[in-house]
Ligand binder design. Structure first.
Ligand SMILES: CC(C)(COP(=O)(O)OP(=O)(O)OC[C@H]1O[C@@H](n2cnc3c(N)ncnc32)[C@H](O)[C@@H]1OP(=O)(O)O)[C@@H](O)C(=O)NCCC(=O)NCCS
Length: 155
């Protein structure tokens, strides 16, 4: 098992892992439960499109875990060189490979990368309903600093 930088041939696996991973832990999934499809798109399509855009925009700031020649998980990040804040944007592990330490290794890699890039703060968000991550992230030393409420109105 190794953590390495993203390459273009990882894209399909990342899209698949994304589509499978965020049930119950995605803002768009919550919105769909309330209002149904948005413009004919389901929440998974929108989530995959968001991650896909990150693969294009932040190609050099994305890391994957490769196990047995397959992508087993990924983390996407962004570094803001003016504020020196590193942002972990998306993290997911193949559901068949969870609870084997891959998520931890991906976060460790992102934090190591931020230090190399001379970031001064690392930030990450999770949903209140994401029971795993609410326990997982503080184990790295992340401190909660804000909560946000999402509202939607049918037009
Ligand atoms: C969150 C996620 C990336 C963790 O990946 P992972 O490879 O299973 O993580 P690890 O094996 O490194 O485990 C991390 C910690 O979470 C705990 N954990 C993982 N899955 C768990 C589960 N189903 N129930 C309870 N705890 C769990 C582990 O026990 C571990 O804690 P420990 O160090 O005290 O043992 C993975 O569950 C996932 O892809 N979830 C869906 C997408 C998601 O929520 N992404 C993050 C959005 S903010």
């Amino acid at each position: 098992m190794k953590i390495r930088r993203y390459r273009e041939s990882d894209r399909d696996a990342i899209r698949r892992i994304t589509a499978e991973s965020f049930e119950g832990v995605s803002v768009d999934n919550n919105l769909e439960k309330l209002f149904g499809l948005a413009g004919g798109t389901d929440w998974q399509q929108r989530k995959v499109a968001g991650v896909n855009a990150e693969l294009d925009a932040y190609t050099d700031h994305i890391f994957v875990c490769e196990a047995d020649g397959q992508v087993a998980g990924y983390v996407t990040t962004m570094v803001d060189r003016s504020t020196r804040i590193g942002h972990i944007r998306n993290l997911a592990v193949d559901r068949n490979r969870r609870k084997a330490g891959i998520g931890k290794r991906l976060i460790d890699k992102a934090l190591q990368y931020f230090r190399e890039e001379e970031m001064e703060v690392a930030k990450i968000e999770t949903m209140e309903q994401n029971d795993i991550c609410r326990k997982f992230y503080p184990t790295f030393g992340f401190k909660e600093y804000a909560r946000q409420i999402y509202y939607a109105l049918r037009l």
